[in-house]
Unconditional design. Sequence first.
Length: 204
Amino acid sequence: MTLPDRINAAVRAVPSWVLYALAPLPAAWWFYLGFTGGLGVEPISALEHKVGLFALQLLIAGLAVTPLRRFAGVNLIRHRRAIGVVAFFYVLLHLLIWLVLDMSLLWSQIAADLVKRWYIIVGMASFVLLIPLAVTSNNWSVRKLGSTWRTLHKLVYGACLLGGLHFVILSKGFQLEPMVYMAIIVGLLGLRLVPKRRPMMARA
């Protein structure tokens, strides 16, 4: 049995509910560190960054499912929807930390920040693109929308690009980490443009 086959067998043995059950644990740990002084002198900023970065990593993980299957033979399709839903949860949590803990729901100040810091608008746009994906990430929507469901869920491409751009812009100066994340996103999207190889015709 090849390595991809072993990975696929292990993946099939893990039900999707396990991912949903484990999803809140990183956030709970980071909140605990924030309340106990484990996130440094600016716990809210650190918490916001950790949650946002994890959300971006999850979006990238979801984006990697198709290339992994095409080019490495690793099939994570059965968990892609769960990865996407958990990613949306962390994007939403990232937004709520900014609105509630960082900005204290001071709407005039929030509006001023939206005008002054356009990376926030980019992040908001990414979040908005993810809303219809989260709402339709259920079996009923898949049946109801039919082929339109796949087209709708291509919005994740734009959401990932905007999420990566949000990270790049908010980083002060030239920072390698956000550039690497952006390069990975562009690379994964670029792999989707690689034409599928046609099966070789059997020789007579």
